[in-house]
Design a protein around this ligand. Structure first.
Ligand SMILES: *Cc1c(COP(=O)(O)O)cnc(C)c1O
Length: 428
């Protein structure tokens, strides 16, 4: 039998750089052939060879209610029959904005865009326009999409390729991006002392999911909030990944810290291209057409995409949704930790809501340096052993994993059994 994945990958490389439309999909850091997905349902997807996998990527986060959820599919179909887009405002956009602001009250106003990259890029322009300052602060290992100012020491795909920054970003742009180590309270205080009044904004992932899964400490989050308030610096909490993924009140609910501007994406589109940025009304008032900060999008608020997002938000708002999701995720983490212990593999996990991290280290990392010091060399063998067992993890040691409401206890048990065999193959 021909390997359909391989033959498609061969073809793809002729007309698409590296054969993929987003670099990590190419399996470069784990080796082997990317799986080309044919269809998906619930917790599973099937590749072009008709091999079934338990999916722990969920489209990199969005698929929190499971693939092709009947209610989401129905709402998309209904929206599509009314036309695919108008480039004029719709009732659905009003409703999803009201829903987002009700779910996360620090959003007094919100603007819809089509990708997380647009959300963070626009949030930064807004912060600069609002403060009249240029400097932006980000943290090592945090990824905020691929706009120029943010591709400096970013995580995710860049880490996978061993180069934390991108070629093609002008010096003139990157010089205004200051990078600090994650979770380093002293470095933060020192910077604010020296330059606080020149800082337009600080942007961070509250739980960094683009260097695997690294939590900000409570102290770090609260210090950051205080310093930003004191110096009139806009605090942008990038919840594109964590938003409605780690809990109903996002990571800000977990920490009890409120952003000035929040960026959202992934889950709020339920698998379709919807993202958003929003926050304080006095700041949002600087957006065109009210104010002087320009931002726009042909497909922003697209009715078909918004339908998928809105239905997903309705489903996750149902009672006990996150309790059940967390229970399953926790069960999986416990099982994997136990399996690793039996196999004598240095391993630990962490999770929040339906998002998790797997580390080849005795304790979960607290910084980019910790993450780099872990045994990421063990990951490719582990990854492929799991894949052979029908378990699809993110093809990089620097990515978080995701559980959906469609994953069953049986899926968790199968995954743990697969992991027992995978751990046994590792040479530690
Ligand atoms: C995925 C992600 C982005 C970028 O979103 P895209 O939709 O891929 O452009 C930005 N920030 C964080 C934290 C993300 O996880």
């Amino acid at each position: 039998m021909t390997d359909q994945n391989q033959s498609l990958f061969d073809r793809a490389q002729i007309t698409t750089p590296g054969g993929v439309n987003s670099p990590v999909r190419a399996f470069r850091s784990v080796g082997g052939t990317p799986r080309f997905i044919k269809h998906a349902k619930g917790a599973y997807f099937w590749d072009e060879n008709d091999t079934k996998y338990i999916d722990y990527i969920g489209s990199w986060g969005p698929i929190i209610v499971g693939h092709a959820h009947p209610r989401v599919v129905k709402s998309v179909q209904e929206a599509a029959t009314k036309g695919l887009g108008y480039g004029a405002p719709t009732r659905a956009e009003v409703e999803i904005a009201e829903k987002l602001c009700a779910m996360l009250p620090q959003l007094e106003q919100v603007r819809l865009v089509s990708s997380g990259t647009e959300a963070t890029m626009s949030a930064i322009r807004l912060a600069r326009g609002f403060t009249g300052r240029d400097l932006l602060v980000k943290f090592e290992g945090c990824y905020h999409g691929h706009s120029d100012s943010l591709l400096v020491k970013a995580g995710s795909g860049l880490l996978t390729f061993g180069n934390p920054s991108s070629a093609g970003v002008p010096q003139a742009v990157s010089k205004d991006t200051l990078v600090l180590p994650y979770n380093d309270v002293d470095a933060l205080q020192t910077l604010f002392k020296e330059k606080g009044d020149q800082l337009a904004c600080v942007i961070l992932e509250p739980i960094a999911g683009n260097m695997n899964f690294v939590r900000a400490s409570q102290e770090f989050m609260h210090t950051l909030r205080e310093l930003c308030t004191k110096h009139g610096t806009v605090l942008i909490i990038d919840e594109v990944m964590t938003g409605f993924r780690v809990g109903l009140h996002c990571a800000q609910g977990v920490y009890g810290v409120q952003a000035d501007i929040t960026t959202l994406g992934k889950v709020i589109g339920g698998g379709m291209p919807v993202a958003a940025f929003g926050g304080r009304r006095d700041i949002m008032a600087h957006m065109a057409p009210l104010g002087g900060v320009y931002q726009a999008g042909t497909l922003s608020g697209n009715p078909v995409a918004v339908a998928a997002g809105m239905t997903t938000l309705e489903i996750i708002s149902e009672p006990l949704f996150y309790e059940k999701l967390y229970e399953r995720t926790r069960q999986l983490m416990n099982g994997l930790e136990y399996a690793a212990k039996v196999a004598g593999v240095p391993f630990s996990t962490d999770c929040e809501g339906g998002m998790f991290g797997l580390f080849f280290a005795e304790i979960p990392p607290k910084s980019f340096a910790d993450m780099m010091a872990s045994r990421t060399d063990l990951f490719p063998t582990f990854f492929h052993a799991m894949l052979d067992e029908g378990v699809y993890l993110a093809p990089s040691a620097f990515e978080a994993g995701f559980v959906s409401a469609a994953h069953t206890e049986e899926d968790m048990m199968k995954t743990v059994v697969a992991a027992e065999r995978a751990f046994a193959q590792l040479k530690v």
